[in-house]
Write a protein that binds this ligand. Structure first.
Ligand code: NI
Ligand code: MN
Length: 226
């Protein structure tokens, strides 16, 4: 599957002939200054929670592309209130068939509020199933035993986990998460953007290989085949 990294926790995956964009936070991110959001494609925009570092560019990209926003209920209805046309407001444990395949919202241990302080519901992760393969994005979360349920129900090609520590899991817990969901490779996100989440890349890679895990850290703007 083709995976494009846009910095922080924003990435796109090609699945079932569609472009799925996750947690767009590009224009406020100095590390992603070479990404022009007018050129970011999306058929679907999946939003894990309401924090600014996950929603900053949702409305603009959705309005330009006509993409369908898939989000926890309160996040989705907030965007509808902002004039976003195509929104699927779901909730945890719920799955839905979409043009790309199937999506299910999983629990995440984090917090959620909208940039204007509105209630953001509970944060989520996503299991995406498609003819090209299945993957799991945990969203911002702590390590949680719930992840075991993800791997039991779905055979995954890869996962995407936050690894920056401080606000989310760090590398060591992400390695345990990978084991819980049953993947041998995962993409690390949510690091380097802010001072508290600066990552020691060498140490992270060493920890992954010591655990027999493949940690992928694509450059911002880079597309990799997973
Ligand atoms: Ni967050
Ligand atoms: Mn975050």
């Amino acid at each position: 599957m083709k995976f494009t990294y846009y910095g922080h926790a924003c990435f796109a995956v090609q699945a079932g002939g569609k472009t799925l964009l996750f947690d767009p936070f590009i224009t406020p991110n100095p590390l992603a200054k070479n990404i022009d959001i007018r050129e970011v494609a999306a058929d679907f925009i999946l939003v894990s929670h309401g924090h600014g570092d996950h929603v900053a560019d949702v409305a603009e990209i959705a309005n330009r592309t006509g993409a369908t926003v898939i989000a926890p209920y309160e996040v989705g209805t907030w965007f509808e209130g902002k004039g976003v046309k195509n929104v699927q407001s779901m909730n945890h444990g719920g799955a839905a068939k979409m043009d790309f395949g199937r999506v299910k919202l999983t629990s995440a241990v984090h917090s959620s509020s909208m940039p204007d302080g509105s209630y953001g519901g509970n944060p989520c992760g996503f299991i995406v199933e498609s003819v090209d393969g299945n993957f799991y994005y945990s969203g911002d979360t702590a390590l949680t035993l719930d992840m075991k349920l993800v791997g039991e129900a779905t055979k995954l090609l890869f996962a995407t986990f936050p690894i920056g520590d401080f606000f989310t899991m760090g590398v060591d817990d992400a390695l345990r998460a990978a084991e819980l969901v049953g993947v041998k490779k995962f993409v690390g996100v949510h690091y380097d953007t802010f001072p508290p989440i600066r990552l020691d890349h060498d140490a992270a890679m060493k920890a992954a290989s010591a655990a027999g895990m493949e940690l992928l850290l694509p450059a911002i703007g880079e597309t990799v085949e997973i």
